[in-house]
Design a protein around this ligand. Structure first.
Ligand code: GUN
Ligand code: ZN
Length: 429
């Protein structure tokens, strides 16, 4: 066992923050040998019970759960900041050409290594991740994540129409490759597979039907796609699937809405769509830096809360502009201002933080496993230095309460705040 003493941020199951100014986090092996949280709380209450356990003391630092990014594209690392009129020209001019290079295993491996280094520098310990349509990209991703002992989710992109040569796949072959990859990687160590139709407009009915059949056959895999991001995209989807009630409803028809199904964006929704999300336990990956950058619109946080469906925060790099959860939380605050119907300011700092940690984990069906530091959770955590810059030191020093402290970190923070990222290790047996 190993104990860590510093300020300690956790959440209860409802997402309310718990903060110990002088906290203790005790990590030790569970029955399977995986390092998990054994105890967490005030140092004064716990230290006598763990007197034999070696303690690392980080005075002035904050221990917090590793961040969970609900939607990111590892092959789009190099196209961050590619300007375009909107989603569809951005895909055609930048995204598809960049993704076509991932047919090459060497390129896939090089980008995967950079990507994981960048996630770690930013304190992101789990992501639900698009690869490309090339199995080589998925192999590179999982091989690197496995070496690093990370809890990571990804899958081969399915796109058998309305896609250029170089990224378009073949219907039958794409489904066979998906099943082969599920068998090779799903539930191996800390890895999980996501069945990943890019979005309805780039898949034939046959490919979507096949994806739904695999999702039924492997019910604890994830489903990962995009929906209702951009007005031109919504219009296109409606023309291609005129019989569906809405764009979202296309996915229901193919068996692609269930627990562990995650759709990025979900901006152009009505209440019937929101009800469908709730009834099917499907989750939204809210990607505000991407939505602001591509001019897609604003996620309706009030609408999601009113109907009560699952959602969490995501970077959507490379449509999104930053790997940093602090930048994403700040953008969510801005987006929450738009169309706000509830009184008061936008989203509370602790709630922004919850939606990027434990709340995101719950939306992924991984509540109690990651995204929190309650007993039993896997021991992925970050060590935050609130004095990382002169302005941060000055501002966090003035905080009167937890919400003010968290808001200072969100507004002023970036990768410099993350002093360490600690990953739960499997004990050698
Ligand atoms: N819709 C379909 N593909 C993509 C993508 O790569 N990024 C975003 N933001 N939206 C998409
Ligand atoms: Zn995306």
């Amino acid at each position: 066992m190993q104990a860590y003493r510093a300020s300690l941020l956790r959440f209860d199951d409802a997402g309310q923050p718990l903060f110990d100014e002088d906290g203790l986090l005790v990590i030790g092996p569970d029955a399977r040998g995986r390092q998990v949280v054994v105890a967490a709380g005030a140092w004064s209450a716990l230290h006598a019970s763990y007197a034999e356990v070696p303690v690392t003391h980080w005075p002035g630092r904050i221990i917090a759960p590793g961040f969970v990014d609900m939607h990111i594209h590892f092959p789009q690392t190099d196209i961050i900041g590619a300007p375009a009129e909107g989603l569809l020209p951005w895909l055609e001019n930048y995204t598809f050409p960049a993704e076509s290079r991932f047919v090459d295993a060497g390129h896939s491996a090089e980008v995967a290594e950079f990507f994981f280094d960048e996630l770690m520098r930013n304190g992101v310990t789990t992501s639900l991740t698009f690869a490309t349509s090339h199995p080589a990209s998925v192999q590179a991703f999982f091989a690197s994540a496995q070496r690093r002992q990370l809890r990571m989710i990804s899958g081969k992109v399915l796109q058998d129409r309305h896609s250029p040569d170089g990224v378009r796949d073949d219907t039958e072959e794409s489904l066979v490759e998906t099943e082969t990859l599920i068998r090779q990687w799903h539930n191996v160590d800390r890895l999980g597979y996501a069945i990943t139709p890019r979005f309805a407009p780039t898949s034939t009915d046959a490919q979507l039907r096949g994806a739904g059949e695999l999702a039924a056959k492997y019910p604890d895999t994830w489903i990962h796609s995009h929906v209702a991001e951009n007005k031109d995209e919504v219009q296109w989807a409606r023309e291609l699937f005129p019989e569906a009630r809405s764009y979202l409803d296309v996915y229901t028809g193919f068996g692609l809405m269930r627990e562990r199904a995650v759709y990025a964006h979900c901006i152009h929704f009505d209440d019937a769509d929101r009800q469908l999300m709730r009834e099917t336990k499907t989750a939204s990956a809210v990607s505000p830096t991407s939505n602001l950058f591509l001019g897609s619109g604003f996620f309706d946080f009030d609408g999601a809360d009113r109907v009560g469906y699952r959602y969490g925060l995501a970077s959507d790099v490379g449509g999104g502009t930053s790997f940093s959860p602090f930048t994403t939380m700040m953008a969510a605050y801005y987006a929450g201002r738009e169309g706000q119907t509830k009184p008061g300011v936008s989203i509370a700092p602790s709630q922004l933080w919850w939606r990027h940690t434990g709340g995101a984990a719950q939306a992924l069906g991984l509540g109690g496993v990651i995204g929190n530091l309650q007993p039993g959770c896997e021991g992925d955590f970050v060590v935050i230095n609130p004095t990382a810059t002169p302005l941060l030191a000055r501002k966090t020093g003035l905080a009167q309460n937890l919400e003010e402290l968290l808001f200072s970190l969100i507004v002023l923070g970036d990768d410099r705040l993350i002093e360490r990222t600690m990953i739960s290790q499997a004990q050698a047996t």
